[in-house]
Structure formats: C-alpha cells, structure tokens
Design a protein around this ligand. Sequence first.
Ligand SMILES: Nc1ncnc2c1ncn2[C@@H]1O[C@H](COP(=O)(O)OP(=O)(O)O)[C@@H](O)[C@H]1O
Ligand SMILES: [Mg+2]
Length: 357
Amino acid sequence: MASVKIQGVTKAFGSAVVLETFDATFENGEFVTLLGPSGCGKTTMLRIIAGFEKPTAGSVSFDDKVVSGGKVFLPPEKRDIGMVFQSYAVWPHMTVYDNVAYPLQIKKVGKQTIKQKVDRVLAAVHLSQYAERIPSQLSGGQQQRVALARALVASPALLLLDEPLSNLDAKLRESMRFEIKEIQKDYGITVVYVTHDQTEAMAMSDRIVVINRGVIQQIGSPKEIYTNPSNPFVADFVGKIEFLEGTAKDGVIELDGCGQSLHYDGALRGRVLVGIRPEQLQFAEGGELHGTVKSHFYLGDVNDCRIDLGGGKEVRIIADPFESADVKAGMQVSLRVRGCHVYAMDEGAEDFRKILT
Ligand SMILES: Nc1ncnc2c1ncn2[C@@H]1O[C@H](COP(=O)(O)OP(=O)(O)O)[C@@H](O)[C@H]1O
Ligand SMILES: [Mg+2]
C-alpha cells in the first residue's frame, strides 16, 4: 500500500499555469477522486503522480519517499503504480490472458507465478471464462475490465484511473463503479480516480478533491462536499442548486427583486449569494417562500418543478411525487426551506455570479 503526499505542486506549460500550489495527502487504502470540469488539470495531476510529467515546483512523495521534487525524479516504471486511461488500450491481437500477463512477462516473472496472478486478477474482474478470447470478441465493459486487470496484475501499491468509465454506456458505468470499489477492497490499494462526473465521484470516493482552473477548491468526504460546499463553485458543480442574491441582516436575508425573505441565523451581513438545492425545498402550508408554479415535469420518482417567486426570480424543487400529486402550472404555492447555502459576495462569489448571469 502507499500513501501519496503532494506538496506545493505547480505545473506550467510555457506561460500557462495549469496547476497552482496543489497540496493534498492521500492515505493508504483510500479511494480519492480528483473532480472538476474539463481542462481543470486533473489528468496533469495524475500524470505528475505517475511520473509522466515533472512538476514545475513542489514535490510528490509515496510513503514519505520523494518520487518527484528537487533533484529527484523516479520514472513511472519505478513507481509501483498501475494506470488505466479513458481510451483503454488493450492489444487487439493478444488473448485476454496474454494482455493481462504482459506486464509480468516483461518483468521476467516465472510462468507459474504469472498464472497464479493472472488467474486471481481475472477472477476479481469477472473475466475468468474469457481468458482465451481476443478483445474484439468482448464488449466495451469487458475490454475495460481487461485494462483494469492488466493495471492490477503486478499488485501495484497505487492505482491511477483517468476517466476509465467515460466510454461506457450509462448502465454499464454504474455496475463498473461497484466492481472497481470491490476490486479496490479486495486488493487493499490506494486509488486516485479522475472524473468530471460528480455522481461517479459521490458514489465511489472516500474523499473528493474538487478542482477548478488548476486550484483545489475543497477536499472532503462526499457528504462534506455536498452538505457544506466551501464556495459557490463547489456548491454548483456538485449537485443541483439555484442561486439568489440578497442582503443579510440580523435574523433575515432579504432576497433581491421578489420582495421575499428567508430566516437566517448565520454570521454574515451585507450582500450575499444564497444557494438552494431542489431537495431542500418542500411544498408546505405556511412556508417561508411563496410563488407560482411555472413548470413541472413528472418523472415518476420525482416531480421536478420551477417556482416563480416574482421579479424574475425562480427556484427549483424536486418534490416527492406523492406529496405533490396535485401540483399544476399556475398554482400558488408556499415552500418550506429546509436549508440553504449562504456565501458572502466576495471577489470569488462575484466572479461566479457573473458566469451565472
Ligand atoms: N503537454 C501539454 N502542453 C500544453 N498544455 C497542456 C499540456 N497538457 C495539458 N495542457 C493544458 O493543461 C490544462 C489542463 O489539462 P488536463 O490536465 O488535461 O485537464 P483535465 O484532465 O482536467 O481535463 C488544459 O488547459 C490543457 O490544454
Ligand atoms: Mg483529463
């Protein structure tokens, strides 16, 4: 097993800084996900951990042994890692068995040991019965599992996965999430997983590192990130949320434009950005917010509604279909607010608001 310590890692390509003073520690056996929009620097960070890129500044250590930093640079093959990329390159002319055995063959491992290790890993990825097939006789999901088996066969201390499920269809993606977690537990390894898919990150991770434009926004468990997002970007990127602007005073936030207000017992005063998640709202008599149902989509398991608060301000509520069976467009409703996220309108929130409007 391996812990990974990233200290002050900065990466620039020419004058473009794509990672800025990245600090994070991943524990032994932990499943950590780097999450952020396309182009935010996830793959670059993974390639730095793997040793395919050198950091411009800062260091990376495995179990307190520096692998990149200062004058030290260990090439990928000396780092005891397994890696799977989005485009899972399996060799088309080799059988599944040979694809998986290859990393051990080039290390000159004995035939008997190779067989033991390959059999174990093929069982772990549920491909034992396909050992003699060639990749074109397998589905996309099965081919991706071959790539996973090949990355795992040498029992690496660290497994790096770069959007490994993004080429699979939705159903398969869900079952593979579960399988990757099972394999991780089985092998007891540290996994650094890269995705731009927040649901995938939520479902799989012990901790998530949320990145935007090369800068870490927040590190925390899925629950911490979701229930206590450290800034509007994180709140928006992970989960659904609608933002309203307002002014925080003693005990209340007066919302702009719609003449309505929210109860508030937080410490901020002055201009604020209020984020409300659709499940934080509930149709209820005597609720704090009042409005008109603008639209609603009955999706079977939920009723997804937009409520016009007046003055062009809107919120979204994803309601229990039993509790909202009679909701119709044009109806006057009142909403209970079961929670919200309030941010000072500082420079960051101001920038974020500009993107929204
Ligand atoms: N070898 C490179 N040369 C120049 N720019 C690069 C190189 N690799 C990545 N970049 C740039 O770094 C930024 C981050 O890229 P990347 O790490 O691939 O993002 P992500 O994986 O989050 O989509 C992007 O703007 C990308 O164009
Ligand atoms: Mg990438």
